[in-house]
Design a protein around this ligand. Structure first.
Ligand SMILES: [Zn+2]
Length: 599
């Protein structure tokens, strides 16, 4: 095991000594900025190779681009760590501003490079991807070329991109401005405080139902008061998207999100279809949860309410041992990886003021190390978070030796390794539970997650699809958005709830993320994909560990259907894999139902 007690703070000095004042880091940024500017200049001055012979002079640009992209990640990771560990670090904020400029230069270079990749004559491009030294990035190169081919000509794309800064994306930013002004009045200790949207969202999970109910009423009201403004933002960003797609000749609103996630429409359809077929038992779960909580039916704000029981407490050292042990039952390599991460101070877990809330994992590709940020307070959720973030770090570690371009995985597979690691640990916790009282909250927690992916996110997908269909015909007023939202919620939850959330479309940031349209189904895909992989691991045991690594290594260079066919031997456009994946959650619900039979 690891030497105890563990240090709960991370080591950033191994990357750049001196934190946000590091002179080494400033030099690193200067070099990166110069490199990005120089690459951009040379791409602007040059053009796509027109003959195979001209490739010789061009290919070094690819290497340079990947090198800059890695250094960009390294710098970005360092700054994220600095700003998270101390929210008051002003130097770190300045560095963040510097980074935005560097990224803009890199992003122009990327556009130019992609343009040249798309402009090469077919035989030149074929010669490029057939070179043995580019075998690992053949897929990403083909993809970049194909995606450029789906767009308008470069001049019009570039104009659209420039206009989007203050058009399309500006609506997303305006939304954030509006949200920052939302205040929800709340009585606390005899006086009225005005909660921000984030503070109120946390309180919506209060264990006291009366608190949740009262707050939810005010929450709905607050979003309703500015509904016209939110509706305007949503309608205009959607209108921009529809126009742009029309000019690109795309016939479906899902073209872009599906392409971003490297998946087929059939895969998405069959995934929802299988979920739909399995909803009855999740409705039964919601009804039972209502009964356990002493309610007729759950209200919207009860869906994620905790179900009683005494949860186990962990010290940080115990959590580390627990994780290493249970990772090890599946894969000794994963256990070694986690042990090393704890021992080498890859993790910032100390419970102290001034840290940013939440957790994340970020990677330093030049050093082939990751860093995990979270705050460990001793509950099982914290242990899950640790396992989750270690899963992300493990995913990165198995890709470290791949070229940068082959490491870019999409949102729908980004959570494969993290969810998998979390499942290993949450199942182990369930098995280790000593009484039904301990088991109950664990099972409810797992079932609640499934409900979020199968019902809540399904509602978002239904709403968004229908909203875009109506938006094609004209503006959709706030009142109609409410109707569409409640319809979608009732359908997704199969009428299992007593109340719904009409202004959910206003309160949920995800509908306004312009960089990633349809910020919903990739979550459900990811959860189920990971559950399916987990089901396979349960069947095959340690023999699956190497296959698992091979699968993770390919997440950045394959379509998901090909990934699943190659490593799991399954067809994602058919229901079987999805049913196996849903069954992992169904098993949890069945245990919950058995345990609460007489309650
Ligand atoms: Zn994650």
């Amino acid at each position: 095991m690891v030497q105890k007690p563990l240090n709960q703070t991370w080591d950033l000095d191994v990357f750049f000594p001196g934190g946000s004042k590091s002179p080494e880091f400033r030099r690193f940024l200067d070099d990166l900025a110069a490199g990005a500017a120089s690459l951009k200049q040379r791409l602007e001055a040059g053009s796509a190779p027109a003959t195979v012979a001209e490739l010789e002079g061009w290919t070094p640009l690819l290497g340079e681009f990947q090198d800059l992209a890695q250094r960009n990640r390294q710098a970005g990771a360092f700054i994220s760590c600095l700003t998270a560990q101390d929210m008051a670090d002003e130097e770190a904020k300045l560095l963040q501003g510097r980074m935005t400029q560097i990224r803009a230069a890199l992003s122009s270079a990327t556009t130019l490079l992609d343009h040249q990749i798309s402009q090469m004559p077919e035989e030149v491009f074929t010669a490029l991807v057939e070179r043995p030294e580019f075998a690992d990035i053949a897929y990403p190169l083909r993809e970049r070329r194909a995606r450029a081919g789906m767009r308008m000509d470069p001049e019009r794309e570039s104009l659209a991109g420039d206009l989007a800064v203050d058009g399309y994306h500006a609506w997303g930013r305006l939304y954030n401005e509006l949200v920052a002004r939302v205040r929800i009045p709340w009585e606390e200790g005899g006086r009225t405080v005005h909660l921000s949207a984030g503070q109120a969202a946390n309180k919506l999970h209060d264990p006291d139902r009366a608190v949740r109910a009262e707050l939810f009423t005010r929450w709905e009201k607050a979003w309703g008061e500015q509904a016209d403004l939110f509706a305007a933002a949503l309608n205009h960003l959607a209108g921009f998207r529809i126009q742009l797609y029309r000019h690109r000749g795309w016939d479906s609103i899902l073209t872009e999100p599906l392409e971003n996630n490297r998946m087929k429409a059939e895969t998405l359809e069959v995934m929802w279809e299988v979920i739909g077929r399995n909803k009855t038992i999740f409705v039964e779960y919601l009804n039972r949860k209502a009964r356990v909580l002493g309610l007729e039916k759950l209200a919207w704000y009860d869906v994620e309410a905790p179900v009683g029981g005494a949860a186990a407490k962990f010290s940080y050292d115990e959590a580390a041992d627990f994780i290493v042990e249970h990772f090890g039952r599946f894969s000794p390599d994963m256990a070694d990886f986690a042990r090393n991460a704890f021992a080498e101070r890859w993790i910032e877990a100390e419970d102290r003021p001034g840290k940013r809330p939440g957790g994340f994992c970020t990677s330093f590709p030049l050093s082939r190390q990751s860093r995990i940020f979270m705050t460990f307070a001793g509950n099982l959720d914290n242990v899950s978070t640790l396992a989750h973030e270690l899963g992300h770090a493990y995913h990165q570690s198995v890709m470290n030796d791949l070229p940068q371009l082959a490491q870019g995985y999409a949102m729908n597979v980004a959570e494969t390794a993290s969810t998998f690691a979390e499942l290993l640990v949450s199942d182990a916790a369930l098995q280790a539970a000593k009484s039904d009282e301990e088991r109950l909250p664990l099972l409810a927690g797992k079932a609640d997650r499934a409900v979020a992916f199968f019902m809540n996110i399904h509602a978002r997908f239904l709403f968004e699809t229908r909203f875009y269909a109506e938006r094609e015909k004209g503006l959709v007023p706030a009142a109609r958005l409410n109707e569409l939202m409640v319809e979608a919620q009732k359908e997704a939850f199969r009428d299992a709830l007593s109340t719904y959330h009409p202004h959910f479309w206003a309160s949920k940031l995800h509908f306004y993320i312009t960089g990633q349209p349809f910020y919903n189904f990739p979550y459900t895909f990811g959860f189920l994909f990971s559950s399916g992989v987990y089901a396979r691991a349960q069947e095959e045991g340690q023999a699956f560990a190497q296959k698992y690594v091979d699968l993770l290594r390919d997440t950045g260079r394959m379509r998901v259907e090909d990934l699943a066919a190659k490593h799991l031997g399954v067809d994602l456009t058919k229901p079987d894999f999805w049913q196996d994946a849903v069954d992992v959650s169904v098993a949890d619900v069945k245990q919950f139902l058995a345990l609460t039979e007489n309650r």
